[in-house]
Design a protein around this ligand. Structure first.
Ligand SMILES: [Zn+2]
Length: 156
C-alpha cells in the first residue's frame, strides 16, 4: 500500500468514526426522548376516561397528545434510519447510494448523516413520497393512538 492510498484509507476511517459517534450520540438522545414520550402517552391514555368528564380540559390534553404522537412518530423514523446507517457502517456500505451505487456527497452526509440516497435519487424519490403522503392523509386516523401505544408496548 503506497502513502497516498494509506492516507486515503485513514481519511475514510476517520470519516466513518466521526459519523459513527455522531449517530450513536443521536441514537441515545432519541431513545431517552422516546421513552419519556411513551410513558406520557401511556399515562394520558390511562387517564382519558377522567379527561372526558371535562370537555375543555379534554381539548387541551388532546392537543398535547397529538403533539407527542407526532414527535414519537418522527423519532421512531429517525431511530430506524440511524440503526440502518450504523448497519451500513458495519458492513462497509455507508456513504454509498442504495439506488445508483454512487458515493453520496460528503456535504450531504454532514447535514444528513443517515442519508442512504444521493441527492439525485433522493429528489426522484421525493416526487413519489409526496403522492404517498397525500394518500395517507386521506385515510382514517381514528385508531392511530391505539396502534402507536400497542406498537410501542411490544417494543418495550
Ligand atoms: Zn443515487
Amino acid at each position: 500500500m503506497n502513502a497516498s492510498t494509506q492516507k486515503k484509507e485513514n481519511m475514510k476511517t476517520l470519516f466513518l468514526l466521526n459519523h459513527h459517534s455522531k449517530l450513536l450520540l443521536r441514537l441515545t438522545e432519541l431513545e431517552v426522548a422516546m421513552s419519556t414520550i411513551k410513558s406520557n402517552l401511556i399515562e394520558a391514555s390511562q387517564s382519558q376516561t377522567k379527561i372526558l368528564q371535562d370537555c375543555l380540559d379534554h381539548a387541551v390534553e388532546q392537543k398535547d397528545l397529538d403533539i407527542n404522537i407526532d414527535l414519537l412518530e418522527r423519532y421512531t423514523k429517525e431511530r430506524w434510519k440511524i440503526l440502518n446507517a450504523l448497519d451500513r457502517i458495519k458492513n462497509g456500505t455507508y456513504g454509498e447510494c442504495r439506488e445508483c451505487g454512487e458515493m453520496i456527497e460528503s456535504k450531504r452526509l454532514l447535514v444528513h448523516p443517515t442519508a442512504s440516497l444521493c441527492m439525485e435519487c433522493q429528489n426522484q424519490k421525493e416526487d413519489c413520497t409526496r403522492l404517498d403522503t397525500a394518500f395517507i392523509q386521506k385515510t382514517d386516523p381514528s385508531n392511530f393512538l391505539a396502534s402507536i401505544i400497542l406498537k410501542n408496548a411490544e417494543v418495550a
